[in-house]
Structure formats: C-alpha cells, structure tokens
Ligand binder design. Sequence first.
Ligand SMILES: [Zn+2]
Length: 65
Amino acid sequence: MEGRKQYVSKKKEHQIIIDDQNHCCLCGSKLVFKHKIDYLSFDVREDADCPSCGIRLKTRNHRLQ
Ligand SMILES: [Zn+2]
C-alpha cells in the first residue's frame, strides 16, 4: 500500500516572507536602523524605521555594561 502524499502546489503570491528582521514586514523594504545612545543611563535604543511605510517597527533597548 503506497501512501504517498502529494503536495498540492498552491500558487502563492510573489512574496517571500523571510525571517529577516532587517526588512519591513509590511512592504519588505529594507529598514533603517537608528541607534540612540543615552550616555547618562548607558541605554542604547534601537529604532527601525521603514522608509516606505514610515512606520516604526522596533524599539529595543540595550544596556551597556
Ligand atoms: Zn514598510
């Protein structure tokens, strides 16, 4: 008994979602990262802006040792 599974190839849209944090999840444009360093508290804020959408996607805080 042969139980081969056939993959039905769905035609997806020509959009590949890459697990890449450097690209906008909406339009796929490359994000522009900005780092702001607060020298008083030694915090580094990382902002990622999409130049196409104009949205801010990520705000991370790093703390310098
Ligand atoms: Zn975008």
